[in-house]
Write a protein that binds this ligand. Sequence first.
Ligand SMILES: *Cc1c(COP(=O)(O)O)cnc(C)c1O
Length: 424
Amino acid sequence: MNHQNLGISEAVSALFERAERRTKDVFSEIDRIAEHNTAKVLQAFWEFQVSDLHFGSTTGYGYDDAGRDTLDRIFARVMGGEDAIVRHSIVSGTHALALCLYGLLRPGDTLLSAAGKPYDTLEEVIGISGDGRGSLREFGVEYRQTELTAEGTLDISAVLEQVDETVKVVWVQKSKGYGWRDSLSCEEIGRLCRAVKERYPNCVCAVDNCYGEFVEEEEPLSAGADLIAGSLIKNPGGGLAQGGAYVAGKKELVELASFRLTAPGIGRHEGATLGNNRLMYQGLFLAPHTVAQNLKTAALCAAVFEELGYAVHPGSTDKRYCTIQAIRFEEKQKLIRFCQGIQMGSPVDAAAVPEPWDMPGYRHQVIMAAGTFVQGATSELSADAPIKPPYIAYLQGGMTYEAAKIGLMKAVQKLQDESLLNRG
Ligand SMILES: *Cc1c(COP(=O)(O)O)cnc(C)c1O
């Protein structure tokens, strides 16, 4: 296809053609996983007999909301857990993760992060940054972390050295997040959980599953984790959920998290859905397909920047365990222009020019490019980056591969127009 009417030069078009040719085998593997996960979602919809009545709404306390309660069961089934809570009123991934932590940990307990520093927004929750008010530390919860190996992989023997009887929760972040590290496979997470439980059977293995859902054929719960949480404006909302997040896993642990969401004794039984049910169902139905579009976009992006001589993580043909693609720009200007170029290709707010800003919960300034139908959603093509060397952009999303490819082309074209490309 000729892209000149989109303002894309022949050189950039040709670059994308070369890159795309290298991703064919990867794409067929992505399609295979999407089919598997779609079947899993469909079977859950059949099992719980989803019908129009589930798309209804409640107000007030929201007692006996059939749509809400059935979606909880479907999520539990799809995620491979005993139970789940899925709510538009869990305001973000961080909120869901915090529900798990505050639900599980008590004064005197220790939280051990097994995959190095946890995601930035959890630092204030734990109390390792900020003034500590309201943090786990203020409640007397201790914190330790095990660093990843020099290669960015999980160091299970080092984790085992740090686990003792005070460690109530071992925390694992599946996705690289804002880090130049491997994302973790469910298999590896399972290995960690088994090793920990062999010594300390009561220790809870909890997983930050943000960006991990539907990337593999299984989820961390079926591999051995006890509790997982993630955001609905990332993978499992399929780009349609208007907000919200979920917690899934062992029944008693999900209940403890639900007590933090509302109050002990009330837990999951209150929470009006205010018209959100249908889009949450529809989003979950689409999610395995949308994630496949995200993964193809990420692989294409990796292939393009490999062709241009940039360091990328993971590589274009590497197996993927989350939907994030990291590109190392080395220079601030290149990073900012790339993000601005991604914005130019968005369906919404294409004329906006993103700039670095002090985003709540983050230590460095952050630039965020996302022209999305749902504010802050990253199922749609988005690129963001903390402004710090070596100036790594984290790209994710792409609701349709076609639109995401055009968005990527706009970004590369912008770099070319300003003579900021390493090559090409
Ligand atoms: C996005 C993300 C979070 C936090 O989710 P928010 O919805 O932004 O609060 C936590 N962990 C990881 C790995 C993430 O990608």
